[in-house]
Design a protein around this ligand. Structure first.
Ligand code: ME8
Length: 654
């Protein structure tokens, strides 16, 4: 099928200051699924991803590893590419901002804007946020938007892009293109941001302060600001150059269909990137889609710096790429946030993949093997039940296609799973085992045929989401991958006209039961369960352990110590070392405190004991139970004894 619609799809280019985690995997998987989906529909597709290799953060990480910045990025990029390989990410180009053709385009753009007076040199005196590499206004500082320790007061001469000149043009674009920024909540955020006057954008860093970047073509004492450099990858990656003589075929792809980003980098894209494009006279992308975050159970964004990132490599190793791809897209809406837990992952695997799809395929194929000599039966006379199944299938494929086109991944997969569930129900209702027993061959053939057809159809639909598992299922029907993709494009066309026939398989085609696609898992794989095992306590530290540096009294007063009374105590159900206590500290309800004191105290010894509680410690989950504080005890590694106090519960301890 040929199609005029071409698709250009981008992900952010990720900082190579660590290994990819599930957040990075999420955007990249979503982009890959969409790219495969559009390819299956006959669209020419260009899918760009890559790495952001300049700037202070990368430089600092390199220095921390005792490497030059170039050595560091060359070393880490290998791991990024390997991870995308493992996840079956089929990009058309992987761009690195240290590549010479990208650097050449960035320098040409800088010169082009400079020559037109759109970049000028100005002195700046004010606040600089070291980690985010941005200049911060006094207003933002006064409003307490940043931590004081992250800010530096600097006086510097720099080059500025006249971003302020494009505020009205950007507002006008947003007005005329309501779908430019999606979802709508993010669009409203940008409109809110643009209600205040837009400043200019500092696009240089003096080499004397930070030299890891692309040199400004008009001033060798400066390098380009990392965001200005990085954003241009979306154009340099497809052959753009401001001089048409030197440009490649970039207009074949531009404007981008979807630029996928996380909501953390909305402003840099919606404002910096958009105004850069307007200044370059390049049309804006069709849609910037800012998806939500994966968070920890307590709602914090997962990130390398907060130390709560999930090891994507381990997840892929233990569950396989396709299960991960399915989980991430099915589990939460693309625009919203969602918290990750291994239990949630296992439950989703067992419910959707093992019980629903895996079970349907296994039942259909094993009954065909047992009673029909492992051959697809010829279509027989259908009843209302098969007609109903056919319209369910047509609706499922239609909705799947429409929702995928709009990046509604959970919606698309739910639509497909409605069909899977309806077919499992159909098997229960038609009871092929009874038909076989009664020798009702005609009905048996019609029923098993319908079941096999649905399995084949679902496998075709799943090719973009689970490229290897779908191929595995198709191979049980002798269908090669390419035929599966062709079949998918035909299915969508026919579903839109309500013409799904459930008669695609050749009668007499041999089918192969093989291994179950998704064996049921009773528990988390060992390598993941091991993450939750408490480390063996180290041998007891010497009583004369060296003291950490002195702290000021005000630092000490940050710790809220309170007298408490133990109300109840019992063993932790999952860890021998831990006890679970209820401790009254004068609040309406006793606190639950999980303490590593089982080797020193039996639960019954503790009832009524006066203890000292760290009452403002952030709650933490210990082997599945949230501990709402900590007890003071002597003994660094092994508990020697609890600190005891005879006071009314709730009394301040100093
Ligand atoms: O910002 N949940 O790179 P970066 C969902 N180099 N997605 C997440 C996530 C989470 N917890 N954490 C990260 C940069 N992401 C710049 C981009 S583009 C010209 C330059 C994803 O390594 C999400 O897509 O910090 C987010 O936007 C991106 O990783 C940030 O990756």
């Amino acid at each position: 099928m040929s199609n005029e619609r071409s698709t250009y799809l981008t992900t952010p280019i990720y900082y190579v200051n660590g290994l990819p985690h599930i957040g990075h995997g999420y955007t990249t998987i979503a982009a890959d699924v969409f790219a495969r989906w559009r390819r299956s529909q006959g669209d020419p597709v260009f899918f760009l991803t890559g790495t952001d290799e300049h700037g202070q953060k990368v430089l600092q990480t390199a220095q921390g590893r005792g490497m030059t910045a170039q050595e560091h990025v060359d070393d880490l990029v290998v791991h990024w590419r390997a991870m995308w390989d493992k996840l079956h990410i089929d990009f058309d180009r992987f761009i690195r901002t240290t590549e010479s053709d990208h650097e050449r385009v960035v320098q040409a753009v800088l010169q082009h804007l400079y020559d037109r007076g759109l970049i000028e040199q100005k002195d700046y005196e004010g606040w600089y946020h070291v980690n985010d590499e941005i200049f911060v206004t006094d207003k933002d500082v006064e409003a307490g938007r940043y931590q004081a320790e992250d800010l530096q007061r600097i006086t510097e001469s720099n080059y500025w892009f006249k971003m302020s000149a494009y505020q009205d043009a950007l507002l006008d674009h947003l007005e005329r293109h309501p779908d430019y920024i999606q979802p709508t909540s993010r669009r409203n955020e940008v409109l809110g941001f643009l209600r205040q006057p837009l400043g200019d954008l500092c696009i240089s860093r003096p080499k004397a302060r930070m030299s890891w970047g692309i040199e400004l073509p008009f001033d060798p004492d400066y390098v380009c600001y990392v965001w200005f450099d990085a954003l241009l990858n979306y154009l340099s990656g497809i052959g753009y150059h401001p001089d048409p003589e030197q440009a490649g075929d970039w207009q074949r792809w531009w404007p981008a269909t979807y630029q996928l980003i996380g909501k953390d980098i909305l402003t840099t894209h919606a404002v910096y990137w958009s105004t850069m494009l307007i200044a370059l006279d390049v049309p804006l992308p069709t849609t910037l889609y800012a998806h939500g975050w994966w968070t920890s159970a307590d709602g914090d964004k997962m990130s390398k710096s907060s130390g709560n990132a999930i090891d994507l490599g381990l997840l892929v190793q233990e569950f396989g790429a396709d299960v991960c791809r399915y989980f991430f897209l099915r589990e939460k809406s693309f625009g919203g946030d969602g918290s990750f837990s291994y239990e949630g992952f296992l439950n989703r695997y067992n419910a959707d993949l093992a019980n629903d799809l895996g079970n349907l395929a296994h039942r259909g194929l094993s009954m065909t093997r047992s009673w029909l000599g492992a051959k697809v039966p010829a279509p027989g006379a259908n009843t209302d039940l098969e007609d109903a199944l056919r319209s369910t299938a047509a609706r499922a494929v239609r909705e799947y296609a429409d929702k995928l086109d709009h990046l509604d991944f959970p919606g698309a997969l739910t639509a497909l799973w409605d069909l899977v569930k309806a077919t499992n129900k159909y098997v229960d209702t038609t009871a092929p085992w009874a038909l076989n027993k009664a020798g009702n061959t005609e009905r048996l053939h019609a029923v098993l045929r319908a079941v096999l057809e649905v399995c084949h159809l679902v496998a075709c639909c799943l090719l973009p989401v689970m490229p290897t598992k779908a191929v595995e299922l198709l191979s049980k029907f002798g269908t090669p991958e390419q035929d599966g993709y062709r079949c998918l494009s035909g299915l969508v066309e026919r579903a839109r006209e309500d013409q799904i026939s459930l008669a695609d398989l050749h009668p007499g085609q041999a089918v192969d039961l093989g291994d179950p696609l998704f064996p049921r898992l009773k528990e988390l794989p060992e390598a993941i369960a091991a993450l939750f095992v408490e480390p063996e306590p180290e041998p007891s530290a010497s009583a004369a352990a060296p003291l950490p540096p002195q702290i000021a009294f005000e630092d000490f007063t940050k710790i809220a110590l309170r007298a408490g009374k133990v109300v109840s105590a019992k063993a932790h159900p999952k860890a021998d070392r831990l006890l679970v206590l209820e401790v009254d500290i004068g609040e309406p309800k006793p606190r639950t405190i999980v303490a590593g004191i089982a080797s020193r105290y039996a639960p019954e010894q503790l009832i009524g004991l006066g203890v000292v509680v760290v009452a403002n410690l952030k709650p933490a989950k210990l082997r599945g139970i949230v501990s709402e504080g900590m007890l003071l005890a002597a003994g660094a590694e092994q508990p020697v004894g609890l600190v005891q106090v005879d006071a009314i519960p709730g009394e301040i301890v100093r």
